[in-house]
Design a protein around this ligand. Sequence first.
Ligand code: WTA
Length: 664
Amino acid sequence: MTTTTTDEQPTSVAVYPPHPRLVNPEGREKPWVSSMAEYEALYKESIEEPSRFWTRMANETLSWDRPFSQVSQGSLKDGDMAWFPDGRLNVAYNCVDRWASKDPSRVAFLYEADEPGQATKVTYGELLAQVCSLANVLTSFGLRKGETVAIYMPMIPEAAVAMLACARLGLVHTVVFAGFSSSSLAERVADARARVVITADEGLRGGRPIRTKAIVDEALKSCPDVEKVLVFRRTGNESVSFSAPRDVWWHEAVAAQRPYCPPVPVSAEDPLFLLYTSGSTGKPKGVVHTSGGYLLGAGLTLKYVFDIHDGDVFCCTADIGWITGHSYVVYGPLALGATSVIFESVPTYPDASRYWRLVEEHKITQFYTAPTAIRALRRHGDDFVTRCDLSSLRVIGSVGEPINPEAWSWYNEVVGGSRCAVVDTYWQTETGSHVITPLPCATPAKPGSATFPFFGVELAILDPTTGVELEGDDVSGVLAIKRPWPSMARTIAGDHKRFLDTYLNPYPGYYFAGDGASRDADGYYWIRGRVDDVINVSGHRMSTAEVESALIGHKAVAESAVVGAPDELTGQAICAFVTLKDGFETTDVLKGELVKEVRTRIGPIATPKTLILVDELPKTRSGKIIRRILRKVVAGEADQLGDLSTLSDPSILDVLITKVAAAL
Ligand code: WTA
């Protein structure tokens, strides 16, 4: 394992106490937590009396078909954690029926389509009918509890309807981000053993079509087990291919079904979904989340971290293809009966005011996006923001990557008008919901720090080499969690050993997050970035091994090594080093082909920003590529290469450094 963290302690930074208008609101309900003392009391209870704490939270937040008699069992040491194991519930019932029966006209989704000015509403009553009809369609395909359905859709309400229809029947969904290529989709569909794929004819983003159905068709050439493809008509482009009986139009199938379908109660520990994410090795892993613990985590964190109350309009801009979209566009908001915005477009279409017009038009109260978007919009200047009325906002959040203090301050001052809370939320696909985060009306913020653990999360900083826990404040090491929490992933689909080896065995008794972190003199946590071969580009996790194997798939490539290079806009950018086989010449055409190879095999999000053809890669005497050297060189730290005694041919370094300097 290589450590890319810095040992630097954070220098003293400004501290921003919560704005008084949030702590003591006039004419609004009191915040759920309005002081550090209240946070500390609840946190203490969650750690010292977990049964009492989680029983109360699980019963207040969710509705159970059969109550649980035990809160949790199992341990991180054995990897056999279970929460509310004898409880039964239905996730769709919790997310839809509860609110539809109370007030069917309450708005579940506000759908902001790609073209501005075309927003529509989906009420909880409408959502219930849509979810039920679709669930009946899935039943008519012969699907039964426990089977997996793949969803490859644009950001439209029907994507959420598809997820909830699966949940209603106890089916497991696996949503694949619609920016992934056909071969990435095929790999996931095959690994999940899905027999049914739900998609749309096309998507639309920034005025440009995304040919989702054509990509599905291509993927399914290598997935012979898929029997049905359900196609939602989004654009109506008539040239989209359609071959019955495998392909079925959503609108036709739904029209044939009754708009009620009884929810199927499942065990709290039955899987709700698989979500593929990148790890250190080439093959993406299907992270498994459960029905009870996951839903509780998503709902509870949203309630406390964004201080959600009745009548609030919550907007998370993440795509449902990522965990952030699962937890904070769909499951978290609906578990609370809140109104959630589904945003189909991009932040700069038709111009850089799009988000802020959205806030103004829908009177959004909480807004949640990624640092990359904040940095990009900041470059466009303040006018795009200040021309809009953002007075409805109370809490603005950031997720997915470290937020640099400059971007934090701009977000706070220009977007938040210095009168909102900024919540920098740290979590992962595997954690299911926030694990380190401020609470908006309690926690004094320090720009760039995710601050303190959420309820029930017991953090530790370990010495990376010895695994010894570093006690006290002012320490740096790797981040770990000391006890199970309800929304943590339970396994990797079909590969529990990999789950144990990745997260639980590196430091026995701890969940190993894969990030470096420090705890400062005031006990605040600072995330320092990944310590494994995962890189984070615009908040999207990429495995360097996955990009390397895509490059090696090209006939000209002998070897490749991929590292993350610091990038002002995207946090990190993909930098690929390649050596060619004999007989191939370095040309721009070939370079273009190599970049295209990665886009085709993985998808546009994996496009290398820099591709450097070299004669030799730095290697040990036994032939292992030393990526640490490449990382240092691309970070402009060629003068700090450290111990080079294992490098077999130090003479290659000068050429390497010159080439990198010319390329970056
Ligand atoms: C990084 C996204 C710093 C981290 C929810 C983590 C962050 C990885 C933050 C998970 C944050 C996420 N500050 N780094 N607030 N949030 N990360 O699975 O490296 O797509 O391990 O989940 O993103 O990415 P994932």
